[in-house]
Write a protein that binds this ligand. Structure first.
Ligand code: LLP
Length: 426
């Protein structure tokens, strides 16, 4: 079996091995559906990314996988964090990520979130003039000064699913470059905020490098205008992330990305006589291939197609349904058998769109076989739900062949948590 770039996966006696642990044993011991994350792989992904940008700061995008243990591992590796909500900020701080290495992003932050940013001493990426004014008021009322960046919408169009392109002109994120000068000028005039950076993020799962080069140039154009027109020298330029991973086929590496953007960044900064810090916010690259989702086959049905029905659906992995994204699917207990059948793998949710993988060539699948869905570490559990009254999966973390439970399986009580029947109905 060819696992491509996934060096942490292997095969033994026909079983899938992840991080030295036998997937069939893990499923037997912990039940299914089960998310299995390989700690070593996440560490090595992070190190590979950081090594490609030796002078930059790497802020892990907590939205990709906000599990507290993952955040802790990345805090140990020295990562900062991009957080997009009060909840992500709470978890990142709890995991030990330093506040001065956290950027609070978001296109519609509440005043309560801005107050939290102010209290915790993190930097804020401001997404609108309205937010600027609210933050300045909240910070000066608290006698604080918050360091800010503005989120630019650079109008760059990467080839990716339209739902995960974020820097298009029609996208809800960021402020057009034409308004940047006015924004920074206003920020400089306000108490409570200090503009020290600039931020953008053009989208996710991007597999070509030219949009990154275009974005970098547009960002440095703005940096130049700010220096020339406002005499403002920024401390950091945060270009978000979006580097794709090889769910199928190939993908550029962090070094490929560095080779494209670093020359633009350093040459332009040098020409301006400034040396801002470059910041990147990878999510998917760090955690994407670090986890698999194990699910058991409940039924094999020959209908107009042959369906393999498993115990995880879009409640646990939304990506195929939402973006028609491709995830490699393998029969984890039959790696040594010939893939001579074609199946569509579906979940148990009462929706026709609950299809995990279409028309895949697999060995003959039977009830109780174990299916592994690969590359589910990013935007996998993070986007899960309890739809259809389904408890969410358990999670284990594998390190040196040993697995530890990092999330217990939910119970029926968990499905009802926080709900109450008004007493008048009793
Ligand atoms: N920074 C910002 C401001 C972002 O909005 C994102 C992702 C990232 C960094 C991390 O991007 P990455 O390195 O992971 O590409 N649920 C979708 C992806 C949504 C991405 C949202 N923003 C999916 O499953 O493909």
């Amino acid at each position: 079996m060819d696992f491509g770039t996934r060096e942490h996966l292997g095969e033994k006696n026909g079983h899938l091995i992840i991080g030295g642990a036998d997937a069939v044993e893990l499923a037997r011991k912990h039940g299914t559906p089960l998310y299995v994350t390989d700690e070593t792989r996440i560490r090595s992904n992070y190190r590979r990314f950081a090594a490609a940008f030796p002078n930059a700061d790497v802020y892990y995008a907590a939205k990709a996988n906000g599990h507290i243990a993952i955040l802790r591992i990345l805090a140990q590796e020295g990562a900062g964090a991009d957080v997009f909500s009060d909840g992500e900020l709470y978890a990142a701080l709890l995991a030990g990520i330093r506040p001065d290495r956290i950027l609070f992003n978001g296109n519609a932050k509440t005043d309560a979130e801005l107050a939290m940013a102010c209290e915790t001493g993190v930097r804020v990426s401001v997404d609108s003039p309205d937010e600027l004014r609210a933050l300045a008021r909240i910070a000066s009322d608290a006698d604080r000064e918050v360091e800010i960046a503005f989120r630019v919408n650079p109008d760059v169009s990467p080839t990716t699913h339209p739902k995960i392109a974020t820097g298009l002109a029609q996208s809800k994120f960021g402020i057009p470059p034409t308004q940047m000068l006015a924004c920074y000028a206003e920020a400089l005039s306000l108490e409570g905020v200090r503009p020290v950076g600039i931020h953008c993020h053009i989208g996710s799962q991007i597999l070509e490098l030219s949009p990154f080069a275009e974005m970098m140039t547009r960002m440095m154009d703005i940096v130049e205008t700010l220096k020339n027109d406002l005499e403002l020298e920024l401390d950091f330029v945060d270009i978000g992330s979006g580097l794709g991973i090889p769910y199928a086929g190939t993908a550029p590496t962090p070094i490929d990305l560095a080779n494209v953007i670093l020359p633009i960044f350093t040459e332009r900064a040098h020409a301006l006589g400034i040396c801002p810090k470059l910041v990147l916010e990878p999510g998917r690259y760090v955690v994407g291939d670090g986890a698999i989702l194990l699910c058991a086959v409940s039924t094999v049905k020959e209908a107009h197609s042959t369906f393999v029905g498993v115990d995880a659906g879009f409640n646990l992995l939304l990506r195929p349904t939402l973006y028609e994204s491709y995830h490699e699917v393998i029969v984890a207990n039959k790696l040594d058998e010939t893939p001579d059948h074609v199946y569509t793998v579906v979940g148990p949710i009462c929706e026709s769109g609950d299809i995990l993988a279409r028309d895949r060539r697999l060995p003959r699948v039977e009830k109780d076989d174990l299916i592994a869905i690969l590359d589910t570490g990013a935007y996998g559990f993070a986007m899960s739900s309890q739809y259809n009254g389904r408890a969410r999966a358990s999670e284990v973390l594998v390190s040196a062949g040993e697995a530890e439970i990092i999330r217990r399986r939910e119970t029926y009580e968990d499905l009802l948590i926080g709900q109450r029947i008004p007493p008048r109905l009793l």
